[in-house]
Design a protein around this ligand. Structure first.
Ligand code: ADP
Ligand code: MG
Length: 455
């Protein structure tokens, strides 16, 4: 191509362009180059590049151009040109008799990028959440001011340590495990106990996630929040809820016992005023009311903590047979037949008397649900490390809307009920780390299933 035409084209391309010959003499300098470098073409043309731009001598650009010429390879790089306070992206192509250089002003992009970087930096520095990063061995690479505050160490102190001395002994193995998972690419959320520089324990909620650069995991990011106060409030709330529950229970017990007590008091007054002419029926009423108090207090006693009673290995099959024997007179009277299926099953670790009481309460309800008679099926089986005890009746059932109420103190639908049986059973099952499920259909029957861990 004619050199003149070629240069005309180059004059119009949007990239800045200049060319030098083998002696670094500028042979071409297009309009854009003049604009970007702030030099008139007339001023530099046919002059030595390094004489016209002495600030560049010895700088990276100087070495890059020499390398391109010496090794006859194109070079690409970005440079900051301090006389103009501008950034350029440069491509230089060597030829036999010189070098052609194309470049662009990228100052704005650079500014934008550094602005973005500033944004990220401020997100890191101003964050109220503690933010930090580790290498793959768990050594700190960076921490933000919130992290300095969280555990009381200065940034420089963190940067010379790993997370290991900052976790309590009880938690360290667990935390190492989470860290390793994060270093393998799986983000982890967990709660743990960190150690403050002054020795006190800080409960923290932590997130660990991989730092991924060019598709490779190069470290782990962490974020942590102090939840000590939250946990304390939670505990307080829990305690106060427990107290409220106890308070409610006490109130309803007082109420339940006051009724028979009022009756007893009334009749004692009557007896006192009757001048020795006591009616026989007074005594039977008194006796009934006292029995009722006895019943209520008796059931409630089981609720007290299992202090004296010990856990023992117990043959549940044998225990169920005892319970059935116990009920046989009542069952016979009410035309109820009790069928049972009791295979050989492993012994269960339990408090025998309590568990027996729990089952008695369930079987008693089953019998009472069938005033006209019917069948009760009791089944036991061992499965998945647990023993399942199922008591199924064909009685009146429990309407869906009342299922939730079963086990609340004094909830009863029976004229002479206490509404304490299922609550006691539930409490006992919980003491044994077991579960209780009720499935029921109105007028078809109810199945109560107790599941207990074997060991
Ligand atoms: P109580 O037997 O003294 O009423 P429970 O706590 O044992 O107290 O039972 C509470 C209520 O749950 C009963 O009054 C009854 O309405 C219902 N219930 C419990 N078991 C059964 C069952 N197998 N069939 C029908 N209803 C039942
Ligand atoms: Mg009952």
């Amino acid at each position: 191509m004619d050199e003149r035409i070629e240069y005309e084209i180059l004059d119009r391309i949007s990239d800045a362009f200049f060319a030098v010959d083998g002696d670094w003499k500028i042979t071409y300098f297009n309009q854009e180059a003049a604009k970007v470098l702030g030099r008139a073409k007339e001023e530099v043309i046919h002059q030595n590049l390094w004489e016209k731009f002495p600030e560049a001598v010895g700088k990276e650009v100087y070495h890059q151009y020499h390398k391109a010429v010496r090794e006859q390879v194109p070079v690409f790089f970005e440079m900051y040109w301090f006389p103009r306070k501008m950034w350029y992206s440069v491509r230089a192509y060597p030829s036999e008799n010189g070098l052609s250089v194309y470049f662009q002003d990228i100052t704005n992009q650079k500014r934008l990028a550094s602005k973005q970087e500033e944004h990220y930096k401020s997100l890191f520095h101003q964050n109220p959440v503690a933010v930090f990063s580790f290498d793959l061995d768990g050594n700190y690479l960076s921490v933000n001011p919130a992290m300095e505050e969280l555990l009381g160490y200065k940034e420089a102190e963190y940067l010379s340590m790993s997370f290991i001395p900052l976790v309590t002994d009880a938690e360290i193995e667990k935390v190492k495990g989470f860290f390793m998972q994060a270093a393998e690419g799986k983000t982890q959320h967990y709660e743990t106990e960190a150690l403050h520089k002054d020795g006190h324990v800080v409960l923290v909620k932590v997130t660990n996630m991989p730092i991924i650069v060019e598709n490779k995991i190069v470290g782990v990011y962490g974020m942590a929040r102090d939840v000590t106060k939250e946990k304390k409030t939670e505990k307080l709330l829990f305690e106060s809820e427990k107290l409220t529950a106890v308070g409610q229970l006490a109130a309803s017990i007082a109420h339940e016992i006051r009724n028979p007590l009022t009756t007893i008091k009334g009749f004692l007054q009557l007896i006192k005023n009757s001048n020795g002419e006591t009616k026989e029926e007074y005594y039977s009423i008194l006796s009934d009311e006292v029995t009722r108090i006895e019943l209520i207090t008796g059931e409630l006693l089981v609720l007290a903590k299992p202090q004296a009673q010990d856990f023992q290995q117990v043959n549940i099959g044998k225990m169920l047979e005892d319970v059935i024997t116990l009920f046989s007179p009542q069952a016979l009277m009410q035309h109820v037949e009790i069928h049972c299926e009791i295979p050989e099953i492993p012994f269960v670790n339990c408090i025998e008397n309590q568990l027996k009481q729990a089952i008695i309460n369930v079987v008693k309800n089953a019998i009472e649900s069938m005033p006209q008679g019917g069948n009760i099926h009791i089944k036991v089986k061992a499965m998945d490390g647990s023993v399942h005890i199922m008591v199924r009746d064909q009685g009146c059932g429990i309407p869906k809307e009342f299922l939730d109420k079963i086990g609340s103190p004094f909830y009863t639908t029976k004229e002479k009920g206490t509404g304490l049986g299922m609550m006691t059973t539930l409490k006992i099952v919980q003491t044994h780390n077991g579960t209780l499920e009720i499935a029921s259909k109105s007028n078809q029957g109810t199945t109560v299933k107790i599941t207990l861990p074997i060991s």
